[in-house]
Design a binder for this molecule. Structure first.
Ligand code: ADP
Ligand code: MG
Length: 257
């Protein structure tokens, strides 16, 4: 079935803000287990597309299908609960909490029930036992991202890069199938960017699917196996990095603005 190969299918998606059509009849699909790049010039509609997919915005038209089920217009937490998860910047209130506390809150905010089931299969009772299972998973994820040594640090004191790692760690904790990342490398130095990318590749090898918005063309071309190009809210083309790089229309869209 199509839904097995392509867990995320976007069809004829449209969203206007007043006179501006931010997303204009966009259709694309994301292959399971892929790291797919979503690129396009500034204002192309990338973030709006993410907001439509994750239920932060309701589309004027079109549909979003996840794992064969139409999820168009569902609430963000309902969509996250199904395993379609995006990263979030750490809110002001959470900056006054430690990394560990942020992690303990993450699944409750995003994907509570599913996580409880996944850490304690068949388990239905004791809150303390559930908390300790969660804590174990939290440490596992912190170690994976190599931020376990700053577990007691206040989130507000982290460097830009450490904050990006925490954002990714919190998203991963919700046990997603697909992770949507909107410019996860913004403000991150090159060595940390490499580290983040290594983590993403490792997770992809474990079977996670990624849809990545990023403006750095070289980064996309070197790291993604599929690339979707948005331009003025429309899908200009999609293909392998080699196909995209050879596409005259893409070159023109970027140079012409
Ligand atoms: P990108 O992420 O590719 O840079 P966006 O999706 O943020 O692009 O924006 C696409 C277009 O929609 C832009 O012209 C932007 O100004 C407009 N836009 C996005 N969000 C809103 C909003 N909430 N209200 C009005 N216009 C918006
Ligand atoms: Mg954007």
């Amino acid at each position: 079935a199509v839904s097995e190969e392509y867990p995320l299918v976007v069809e004829n998606l449209r969203k206007s803000f007043g006179g501006i059509t931010a997303v204009d009849d966009a259709s694309f699909r994301v292959e399971r287990g892929s790291l797919t790049g979503l690129i396009g010039p500034n204002g192309a509609g990338k973030s709006t597309t993410f907001n439509l997919i994750t239920g932060m915005l309701e589309p004027d038209a079109g549909s979003v299908t996840f794992d064969g089920e139409e999820i168009t217009g569902q609430k963000p937490h309902t969509i996250a609960n199904k395993g379609l998860v995006r990263t979030f910047q750490i809110a002001r209130e959470l900056q006054e909490m430690t990394v560990l506390e942020n992690m303990m809150l993450a699944p409750k905010h995003q994907r509570g029930e599913a996580l409880w089931r996944s850490v304690t299969p068949g388990f239905r009772g004791d809150v303390i036992e559930q908390e300790s299972a969660l804590l174990e998973r939290v440490w596992e994820v912190l170690e994976f991202f190599e931020i376990d040594h700053i577990a007691e640090e206040y989130a507000g004191n982290l460097s830009g890069g450490q904050r990006k790692l925490l954002e990714l760690a919190r998203a991963l904790l919700t046990d997603p199938d697909i992770l949507l990342l909107d410019e996860p490398f913004a403000g991150v130095n090159p060595s940390l960017e490499r580290r983040l990318l290594d983590h993403i590749h490792e997770l992809r090898e474990q079977g996670y699917t990624f849809l990545l918005v990023e403006h750095d063309m070289d980064l996309i071309m070197e790291n993604c196996e599929r690339v979707i190009v948005l331009h003025q809210g429309r899908v200009l083309t999609e293909g392998t990095p080699a196909e995209i790089q050879a596409n005259e229309e893409v070159i023109e869209a970027y140079l012409g603005g």
